[in-house]
Design a protein around this ligand. Sequence first.
Ligand code: FAD
Length: 288
Amino acid sequence: MKVSQIHNEKKQSLSFEIFPPKKEEDFKNIDEMLGILCECNPEYISVTFGAGGSSNNNKTIEIAKKIKNEYHVEPVVHLTCLCYDKNEIDDFLNILGAEGIENILALRGDRNPNVPAKSDFLHASDLVKYVRKTTGDRFCIAGACYPDVHPESAGRNDDIQNLKKKVDAGTDILLSQLFFDNDTFFKYVDDCRLAGIEVPIVPGIMPCINAAQIKRMVDMCGAKFPEKFKKIVHRYGDDKEALFDAGMSYCQSQIIELLANDVEGIHLYTMNNVKVAKRLTEGIKNLI
Ligand code: FAD
């Protein structure tokens, strides 16, 4: 089923993001992870994809197939374009089509100094346009959006105007980058609506349970820390167990406030941590 249809039918959805484990021994345990995640009843699970030059991208497709065929949950395959040409994208799309995978998250992808960019696709909107032109309505196309503004963007208005181009090119739904301040998200959605962006905008949420990991993510994606969040990291950052409790509690209340304000779903960045996904979804099982 297409994720756009899920969003049409359900007022609020639950979805997860996972990544293909890099270590072979972790990959062997993928079934254990998927089994637990699927018991949490997500409507769909998205699987990340490297910027290019990575054999791990075959694992993305392998995992997506497993999610669909063995766990009967809809997979969304992330597809990056900056380091691929049209022929390579055609190959990926043909494989996904042949496997009956109906959902992609069309991304430009992070710039990677080790993988040279190619010239066919400069922005995610180029990929969206191309997928629509070559495959029509075969795929539901999701796109990424940035409540705290994309770090390369000239500014908030520019970023929203570029997002509008991506949606006008044929994007069906938007999944947001992680953020820690709900008011930023609410304002962002209002501004997107004013700009004429009408597709569902699903908030992406990541619990802060590991200070180093969160710093890395924030450096990379530009998410801003609100004061109340900074206090938690400052106070408990050096105490693993305390940060876990505080981070989970912060995340849980963030999710509850989002749901109470009628967001179109929750997309949880699980970081492949089943304990976290289980505890958070258990806490909202009667809300979605
Ligand atoms: P774009 O939509 O192309 O935007 C990138 C920048 O270009 C923005 O600043 C935008 O304002 C600007 N821009 C866009 N269109 C135009 C235009 N026409 N003219 C001028 N400027 C323009 N990365 C991975 O490598 N693999 C993944 O699996 C992955 N999954 C992700 C999942 C989610 C939900 C999110 C939010 C991000 C993910 N990323 C992933 C990170 C993403 O690839 C990076 O943030 C990347 O820098 C931008 O990708 P994009 O698709 O948003 O790009």
